[in-house]
Each structure stands twice: as C-alpha cells, then as structure tokens.
Design a protein around this ligand. Structure first.
Ligand SMILES: NC(=O)c1ccc[n+]([C@@H]2O[C@H](COP(=O)([O-])OP(=O)(O)OC[C@H]3O[C@@H](n4cnc5c(N)ncnc54)[C@H](OP(=O)(O)O)[C@@H]3O)[C@@H](O)[C@H]2O)c1
Length: 166
C-alpha cells in the first residue's frame, strides 16, 4: 500500500504549538489542500490524540483511528478504531482492497510508521510563521527519514513540499 503522510508545519518545523493544539493556525488554502488530497485518496489513518483534536469524523473519507482502547469508541461505516501494529493495520486495510491511504498524524503515530519504513510519500505545508511549539515532526522519531524532493506546490501564502521517502 502507498502511505502518504500529510502535515502542516511552521517554518521552524513545529506541527503542534501547544498540548491541546487543534491546528487552527494553518491557512484556509492548506485546509483546502488537505481536504482535496485526503478525499481523493479516500482513507485517513491517525492517532487517537489527533482524532480528538479534530473532534469529528472527516466526511467523504474512511477514518481509521489507532488507540489502545478501541472498544471505548462507537464506530460507524466511515469511522473505525483499531489497536494494531502499523504493519497489521496496513495488512488489514489492504485486505479491504484499499491500496493507498493518508497518514494525518500526529507525531507519535508518524514516528511509529516512519521508523518501520512504512511511509512512502510526505506532503508538508510550510505556513509563513515562526512560532514556539511543543511538537515537531521528528519529536518521537528514532531513525532518520531520507527524502527526495518530488515537487513544490504554491498555495498562495503557504508552500507544500512533496517528497518521496527514499
Ligand atoms: N500540524 C499538523 O499537520 C498536525 C497533524 C496531526 C496532528 N497534529 C497535532 O498533533 C497533536 C497530536 O499528536 P500526538 O503525536 O500527540 O498524538 P497522535 O499520534 O495523534 O496520537 C497518539 C495516540 O495514538 C494511539 N496510537 C498510535 N499508534 C498506536 C498503535 N500502533 N496502537 C494503538 N494505539 C496507537 C495511542 O492512543 P491511546 O492513548 O488512545 O492508546 C496514542 O496515545 C495534536 O495537538 C494535533 O493537533 C498536528
């Protein structure tokens, strides 16, 4: 399966500015880019903390949430909870006939997948701000992630850097 990580970052690399950040500091253009990419891919995978920061099921997409307590949540046709290793989750999703998914965060979940070499592509929107924060993309990462630049998309105020993971 092709796994595409998508993040928004300050110019100094922060993806969460506070403990209960709800990513409200990103541009309207980035929110539109996020919606278009994730909707066209169709499946989004996220950690429980990111799910709670969003606070709802994102429509038009299969929402897959990782948590150690999956039975604590109510599922629906487009919202499922799993306590699986990254490898087992990808295997299960592939069994449903799905061949691509977006990993939408957060840093803990990204690190779990990236350290296992399971992330194929990364889209990082750089928002035009330099800010103090609590989490950057590598906060929980154990191994370096080598990237090859595939393209750059200008969103007006922001820029999206698109990388293949080498
Ligand atoms: N700027 C951006 O693009 C962006 C993107 C996403 C998130 N964020 C921000 O990042 C913050 C959240 O990120 P985070 O790194 O703290 O947390 P996170 O990765 O969203 O969630 C971590 C949680 O996911 C669950 N989890 C992850 N892998 C699991 C596995 N293999 N099996 C079972 N459970 C698993 C655990 O939930 P349980 O504790 O329930 O077991 C774990 O505590 C939020 O503030 C959010 O706004 C920013």
């Amino acid at each position: 399966m092709r796994l595409i990580a998508i993040f928004a970052s300050t110019v100094n690399g922060m993806i969460a500015l506070s403990e209960n950040d709800r990513t409200e500091w990103t541009s309207r253009e980035d929110k539109r880019y996020f919606k278009e990419l994730t909707t066209s891919v169709g499946t989004i995978i996220m950690g429980r903390r990111t799910y709670e920061s969003i606070g709802r099921t994102l429509p038009g997409r299969l929402n897959v949430v990782l948590t150690r307590n999956p039975t604590a949540y109510e599922e629906s046709e487009s919202l499922i909870f799993r306590s699986s290793s990254p490898e087992a989750l990808i295997e299960e999703i592939e069994e449903w006939g799905i061949d691509q998914a977006c990993l939408i965060g957060g840093a803990r979940t990204f690190a779990d997948f990236a350290d296992r070499g399971l992330v194929n592509e990364i889209h990082i929107t750089l928002e035009p701000t330099i800010r103090n924060g609590v989490t950057h993309l590598a906060t929980h990462l154990k191994k370096p992630v080598s990237l090859a630049l595939r393209g750059i998309v200008s969103l007006g105020p922001s820029v999206v850097m698109i990388y293949d993971v080498k």
